[in-house]
Design a binder for this molecule. Structure first.
Ligand SMILES: Nc1nc2c(c(=O)[nH]1)N[C@H]1C(S)=C(S)[C@@H](COP(=O)(O)O)O[C@H]1N2
Ligand SMILES: [Mo]
Length: 316
């Protein structure tokens, strides 16, 4: 653990509107607003990474995916810096081959699993809404498979109630873990209740737009939980542990009054310092207006029953 990390990173301290305006200024005028500031040379392009074998699904077939440049050029991945363009600029240093995921805790088949033994040869493409706690959103065609399939293979024991996840710690390749300023305690950790983890909407993604995940998006394997704020979707996973007790989560450690364990997208429960009622779609341009944030990010019908009887203001 890093002892003197700031409680709240600067991007979250800045009130949203000021921050958005600053972003717009940085990015230049008009339609360029919120365009990643990276030069086009540095930006990975669709077609640069190996293609995946995918099957199309009906998930989100009515949604319009956010342009690849935004999905891969405007990221949060503090291991590579706290700026939105830092991951795209810095994450090429990460080695993702070979990759091993340790699965342990309350399972009958613990072990160090090679990525190839976890990821199916043919993965599903699902188009999901994705909502960051900072009130921007996007629509992403993810390629991956249900987390439930992997959990079934390792056989959770009857006493398992939660699933804990951990990101790689490798300061030699992750500049955000290396140096005087440490934005967060490492490793980045996240967790889900077992029933949330087993829910059919919850996936492990190894790709987007039909190609291998770019490093800045969490290669080679990251979680996607579309009804929760983006920070639950932990990247570059190296460990999955089944536990009886609710595991600690990074943003809850960093700011317990601002980030709860559940972090379900909820337009009726504001962040203490800004509203969660609306969101700005990435790539919409300066003149585009905010859109309403949907309960459970639009997945209410599928997931509301997981939280029946819970006070969502208390369990935020
Ligand atoms: N290991 C790790 N995972 C992480 C983060 C991070 O800083 N480190 N940021 C989270 C946040 S705040 C968001 S919004 C999403 C962003 O995912 P994207 O860059 O693929 O859009 O990743 C999440 N997963
Ligand atoms: Mo986020």
């Amino acid at each position: 653990m890093v002892s003197n990390f700031p409680k709240i990173p600067s991007s979250l301290i800045t009130p949203k509107e000021v921050w958005m305006n600053r972003r717009s200024l940085l990015a230049g005028a008009g339609a360029a607003a919120m365009m990643p500031a990276l030069g086009t040379e540095a930006m990975a392009k669709l077609g640069d990474l190996p293609k995946l074998e995918t099957t199309k699904t009906d998930f989100g077939k009515d949604l319009k995916p956010t342009a690849y440049d935004y999905v891969t050029g405007y990221n949060n991945f503090y291991e590579f810096g706290t700026g939105k363009e830092d991951p795209a600029a810095n994450a090429h240093t990460l080695t993702t081959k070979p990759w091993t995921v340790k699965i342990d805790g309350l399972v009958n088949k613990p072990g160090d699993y090679a990525l190839e033994d976890i990821v199916p040869k043919v993965v599903e493409e699902r188009i999901y809404r994705f909502r960051c706690v900072e009130a921007w959103s996007m629509v992403v065609p993810w390629d991956g498979f249900p987390l439930a399939d992997l959990l079934a293979k390792v056989e959770p024991q009857g006493s398992a109630k939660y699933v804990a996840f951990e990101t790689l710690v490798r300061p030699e390749e992750m500049p955000g873990q290396n140096g005087y300023f440490q934005a967060l305690p490492w490793p980045y950790v996240e967790g889900l209740r077992l029933d949330e983890a087993m829910h059919p909407l919850t996936i492990l993604a190894n790709g987007l737009y039909g190609e291998e995940l770019p490093n800045q998006n969490g290669a080679p394997l990251r979680l996607v939980v579309p009804w929760k704020y983006g920070f639950k979707s932990i990247k570059s996973i190296v460990r999955i542990t089944l536990t009886e007790k609710q595991p600690p989560t990074t943003w809850n450690i960093a700011g317990p009054s601002e980030y709860g364990f559940y972090s379900n997208v909820n337009p009726n429960v504001d962040h203490p310092r800004w509203s969660q009622a609306t969101e700005r779609p990435l790539g919409g341009g300066l003149l585009s207006s905010n859109q309403d944030t949907l309960m459970f990010n639009g997945y209410e019908e599928q997931v509301a029953s997981l939280y029946a009887g819970m006070d969502l203001k208390v369990n935020f």
